[in-house]
Design a protein around this ligand. Structure first.
Ligand code: C2E
Ligand code: MG
Ligand code: MG
Length: 704
């Protein structure tokens, strides 16, 4: 169909083909109904018309017969009276020539003869006739006798023929007229209605809210008044505008929604990432590690294979953070991650679960040897120094190894096994790997029992102090006593500090325990020594968390005031390693203690960090040489070392105490090298004060 490019309307010349198309359904139906109706009307009016014509023609025949009766009866009566047969024939033939006349028969009546006269013309027809019997009356005289009877027959064939012609004419003319009118109506209907409907339909088919199109317009001549199509077009355009606005709004809302969804999706992805990965190194975190561990366990169980879990902790990493700052610490962790990655196979998982603690999951392991090789490789990976800000730093690693299914069958227990094994590696001197053993596990169980019982030990009065004399080598008399804590169990067994002090530190209970030790030591020393002998010093061990607490200095000040012990009679023993952990609080506390006049000593000298710079910073009064050195004075190197330490301490104005003196030879060596004090089993084991008192008099009289 020819269509207008813009509006999709059929062109005016294209309306006829419309009939042939499915789309002209309304037009065809209209045509059909017009034809049906007009045919019915035509038939009806034709029938009426024919009936009228028939009546008229039959009436004119009747009138002709009347005319025959009126005009021809008297002349026929005269001829009949005279029995003039030829005349009668002439007369009858004359009548027969009148229109529609078919046959005439004149019969003589009242004749006495056996053969009355009968004259007939025309041919008698069986049907479609109108007949009449006309009496032939003799005129003249008073009587008017009927002398004959004329039977006149007129045919209706002519009438029927004319009716047929008329019907044909009417039907033909009406049919043609109806057809032409129908076509005209169809054309008009198409012009006025269907082409616009099609245009609307085409427009609607192409209508797309996503691509704004010009408003709907029909190709019509503009008129003053509005018609239905104008209403439809304006209503549709109005609706389309509303739809467009609603669609735009919807699109905006949708875009906003999509943005929201995108933000939410990113946020969820970030959350998911944060939930499973470590921010700094990008390694899986504890959650993801546990998930992979559980999967590895399932797989190993199914395949009857072995898996291993390594826990790696960087040794003294805290020192890096404290001395170089967190940025350097982070850089080191990233470098450590790279080194660890280099030790792994494709299928292994490296995770960081916080601080300087890493885990390596090794699925599908053949035997222990393979794990040992990887663990050794991990330790070796830390042999090279790290270069941070242009300086080399050595950070070693301690590795704990646990195996599935030998050591445990659950993810959590394998994690803690590896952790415990790592602590064991640290205990054994760090920079090594150690496999988890049941012994470690047993000790862990013990530790759990200790943890449970340690809380409330002070309140239950289970703690006590033993004292060990520190003998002045110039006078051979104890110049001080070191207070050493003991923990009595319900069954009477005594726990030594090595069994529970670190647990108390980890549990945050050392503050309360330390307070109790200091208070008890001050009070006991004050009571006993004041009464019996010249006042001696008491040495109290201090834990790192105590020294870091901002209330420690003030607490000691208060204790001294309460107990009445002169400050110079209290010596606080601080391990060398603790001074490396140089927090501002440590400095403030040490300064306050110095100001109070409390003596400070360095405990276990030689076992801690190698830097001696703290000796410049804090005014220590005493240096205690660790017993490991004293035990080795029979070796020339160690002897020289101890000698040097004594000289150095004296050079710095400090007194020197040798710890762990067990033999006369050791004592002789110390005397020879002018060591000031000695402490050890050679003189006495740590004892309760009541027992020490028994020995005090003997010591006073030089019987040591
Ligand atoms: P430390 O301060 O170096 O105390 C000396 C340790 O050496 C004591 O062990 C003592 O019994 C032991 N010892 C003394 N002479 C000898 C000897 O000749 N040979 C041998 N092999 N050992 C000797 P103890 O009592 O088990 O204390 C161990 C550590 O626990 C102490 O080492 C100290 O650092 C800590 N400690 C003890 N009491 C306390 C306390 O009240 N508070 C804190 N924070 N730590 C304490
Ligand atoms: Mg000590
Ligand atoms: Mg010591």
């Amino acid at each position: 169909m020819a269509a207008d490019g813009k509006t999709g309307q059929p062109s005016a010349s294209g309306w006829l083909p419309v009939l042939a198309e499915r789309r002209s359904g309304i037009g065809l139906r209209l045509l059909f109904f017009i034809l049906l109706f007009s045919s019915a009307v035509t038939l009806l009016s034709t029938a009426l018309q024919l009936y009228v014509n028939y009546r008229r023609d039959v009436g004119s025949i009747e009138r002709r017969l009347d005319e025959i009766e009126k005009s021809y009866a008297s002349s026929l009566a005269a001829s009949l009276w005279n029995l003039d047969v030829p005349q009668l024939k002439v007369q009858l033939e004359g009548i027969l020539r009148l229109p529609d006349m078919q046959a005439l028969e004149l019969r003589e009546l009242n004749s006495e003869s056996a053969n009355p006269l009968t004259v007939a013309v025309g041919r008698h027809a069986a049907s479609k006739t109108v007949a009449r019997d006309i009496p032939i009356v003799l005129a003249g005289g008073g009587k008017r006798p009927v002398i004959g009877m004329l039977h006149a027959e007129a045919t209706l064939a002519g009438v029927y023929e004319r009716l047929g012609d008329t019907a044909l004419l009417i039907l033909l003319s009406q049919g043609v007229k109806t057809f032409l009118v129908s076509l005209f109506i169809l054309y008009i209907f198409h012009r006025l209605v269907t082409r616009h409907l099609e245009a609307i339909s085409d427009y609607l088919k192409r209508y797309d809210l996503r691509q704004p199109s010009p408003p709907l317009a029909l190709r019509r001549t503009q008129r003053a008044g509005k018609d239905e199509f104008d209403d439809v077009v304006s209503s549709f355009n109005h609706m389309s505008m509303g739809l467009q606005l609603a669609y735009d709004e919807l699109r905006e809302v949708n875009a906003e929604l999509e943005r929201d969804i995108e933000v939410r999706r990113n946020y969820e992805a970030r959350l998911l990432r944060q939930a499973h990965y470590d921010d700094l190194t990008g390694l899986p975190n504890r959650l993801l590690l546990l998930d992979r561990l559980n999967r590895a366990i399932t797989e190993a169980t199914r395949e009857n294979s072995v898996a291993a879990l390594l826990c790696i902790d960087l040794d003294h990493f805290k020192n890096v953070n404290d001395t170089l700052g967190y940025r350097a610490g982070d850089a080191l962790l990233i470098m450590a991650t790279e080194r660890l990655r280099a030790c792994l196979r494709e299928c292994d998982t490296l995770a960081r679960i916080g601080g300087d603690e890493f885990f390596i999951l090794l699925p599908g392991i053949e035997d222990d040897c393979g794990v040992q090789a990887i663990a050794a490789r991990v330790v070796d990976a830390f042999a090279q120094p790290y270069v941070i800000d242009g300086h080399e730093h050595f950070v070693t690693a301690s590795v704990g190894v646990t195996m599935f299914p030998t050591d445990g069958v659950e993810g959590q227990s394998l994690l803690s096994n590896a952790d415990l094994a790592m602590y064991k590696a640290k205990e054994l001197g760090r920079n090594r790997y150690h496999f988890f053993t049941q012994e470690i596990n047993r000790r862990m169980q013990e530790r759990l029992v200790i943890e449970r019982r340690l809380r409330g030990a002070v309140a239950r009065r289970e703690l006590l102090l033993h004292y060990q004399p520190i003998v002045d080598l110039r006078t051979n008399v104890p110049g001080a006593f070191e207070a050493l804590i003991r923990w009595r169990q319900a069954d009477g067994t005594i726990y030594y500090p090595g069994q529970f002090i670190s647990v108390a530190e980890d549990m945050g209970l050392i503050g309360g325990i330390g307070d109790w030790v200091a208070a008890t030591a001050c009070a006991e020393m004050r009571r006993h020594l004041c009464e019996c002998l010249p006042l001696r010093r008491v040495a109290v061990n201090v834990s790192p968390p105590q020294l870091r607490s901002d209330r420690f200095g003030r607490h000691i000040e208060r204790l001294l005031a309460e107990s009445g012990l002169p400050p110079e009679c209290l010596e606080l023993e601080i391990t060398e390693g603790m001074l490396m952990d140089d927090t501002p609080e440590t400095g403030i506390n040490l300064k306050l203690l110095c100001d109070l006049g409390v003596r400070l000593s360095i405990d276990d000298f030689g076992t801690g960090y190698s830097s001696l710079s703290y000796l410049q910073r804090y005014p220590f009064d005493t240096l205690k040489i660790d017993r490991s050195f004293i035990a080795g004075v029979d070796k020339p190197n160690t002897a020289r070392l101890v000698e040097t330490i004594i000289t150095m301490a004296h050079g710095l104005g400090m007194e020197v105490i040798a710890e762990g003196v067990e033999t006369a030879e050791q004592l002789a060596f110390l005397r020879q090298h002018a060591c000031d004090f000695a402490q050890g089993y050679y003189f006495s084991r740590p004892l309760p004060f009541s027992e020490l008192e028994k020995n005090l008099a003997a010591w006073e009289h030089g019987k040591i």
